[in-house]
Design a protein around this ligand. Structure first.
Ligand code: MG
Length: 394
């Protein structure tokens, strides 16, 4: 970009947030490297950004140095500044450090978050060009969902016109002198409540242009985002397998539940809930992939609220636990062991019932059956057993 202003970046990584436990997220490993290393690498790899200032917590200098080394960006292009009390103060510190290093007021500065590591080159260039032309520019995405407004009781009060609404990402790009000035004014006036730099610039009279954002700029916050980020990198997800087994005894009755399907039969299965051994085995298989106990621990038979409960509630709870830990269910497979009833006629209905709970298509839900050749308790038709495995990607 001959004759184009020099481009610098301030990457905010000063948070001590340990929502995921232990290490702050910007230093958590993603495909073997700290998240911050990926952010630095994507911002710096194509050479458009000449200086990268990372704003860090004062106690995180060692972690920062490890990330800087892992980024593969030449150390001469990297610098750090210490963060402040708020994100706004941290950005200001980063800008002041650029000013101290003599960065040109006419240069372009991109203000970015370490939590959005995958900056596409096209977005970077679009932002820099729009900021050079307009003084300020942000990346935005259209809103696909309906936006609701709630009243204080949490009830629907109306909808917001999504045609005009946009999701704002980072980096946000500015002429350096302009955003430094706005930050200094805000600090002098003790206005520390801006949620982002574009909002701050707007408050001081700057018009902020928009350019198309990119889905790759998603924010890595929760465990589920780390799993998505691993997939984005093509790092190959970790697959975990869980095992479940369950038995219920026959009793007098005229129907039973198997795989979430009500089946007319000369006997019923006895149990505290609806006694569905297929869903119980599946629930345990899912819990097994995250080391989170078993169905009896989460839904004790001694608890009266689960009397007669439909077992899809247990399965849904296990699926929620898996998702919360960043897991994506790849497939489940189940074998029912009984002499009667015949399972084949109900297979499609079971796949549909289980698929509705787990969000899986039938090609990912195995339902198989076998007799035990009249041997043992299942062979004597004293009860039905079910076995299940679940595969979950993390
Ligand atoms: Mg059971």
């Amino acid at each position: 970009m001959n004759g184009f202003p020099e481009i610098a970046m301030v990457i905010v990584a000063a948070g001590q947030g340990t929502r995921l436990g232990g290490t702050p997220k910007q230093y958590r490993l993603l495909a073997g490297k700290p998240l911050l290393a990926h952010a630095l690498a994507h911002a710096g790899v194509n050479g458009h950004v000449s200086r990268l200032v990372t704003v860090i917590h004062p106690e995180a200098e060692d972690a920062y140095r490890d990330a800087a080394t892992a980024s593969g960006i030449a150390s001469g292009r990297l610098a750090f500044a210490h963060g402040g009390e708020t994100r706004q103060a941290s950005v200001r510190n980063g800008l002041e450090s650029l000013a101290k290093a003599g960065f040109d007021a006419e240069g372009i500065v991109l203000i970015h978050d370490a939590a959005r590591p995958f900056l596409p080159e096209a977005t970077l260039l679009a932002l820099a060009i729009a900021a050079a032309r307009n003084g300020a520019a942000i990346p935005v995405l259209p809103v696909a969902d309906t936006l609701a407004q709630l009243d204080s009781a949490g009830n629907l009060a109306g909808t917001i016109d999504r045609a005009k609404a946009r999701i704002v990402q980072t980096p946000q790009a500015f002429r350096f002198g302009l955003i430094l000035d706005a930050h200094r004014k805000a600090a002098a006036e003790k206005r520390e409540d801006f949620t982002d730099d574009a909002g701050l610039a707007t408050a001081y009279g700057q018009i902020v242009a928009s350019v198309p954002g990119d889905a790759a700029l998603f924010k890595v916050t929760e465990a589920a985002d780390f799993a998505r980020a691993e997939r984005h990198l093509g790092a190959g997800a970790e697959i975990r397998t869980g095992l479940g087994y369950d038995v219920h005894a026959f009793d007098d009755g005229d129907h039973l539940w198997l795989g979430g399907v009500k089946i007319a039969h000369s006997r019923k299965l006895s149990g505290h809930s609806d006694a569905d051994p297929v869903l119980h085995a599946l629930t345990d298989a899912l819990l097994g992939t995250i080391g989170d106990g078993d169905i009896g621990m989460h839904f004790p038979p001694s608890d009266p609220q689960w009397k007669g409960a439909p077992s899809h509630l247990f399965l849904a709870d296990a699926a929620r636990r898996v998702a919360t830990r960043g897991g994506r269910i790849v497939s489940v497979d189940c074998t029912v062991i009984c002499e009667r009833p015949k399972i084949g006629p109900h297979r499609v209905a079971m796949q549909a019932a289980i698929g509705a709970v787990l969000g899986l298509g039938p090609e990912r839900i195995g339902i198989k059956a076998t007799t035990s050749e009249k041997l043992g308790f299942t062979g004597r038709e004293e009860g039905i057993a079910a076995m299940a495995v679940a595969s979950v990607a993390f």
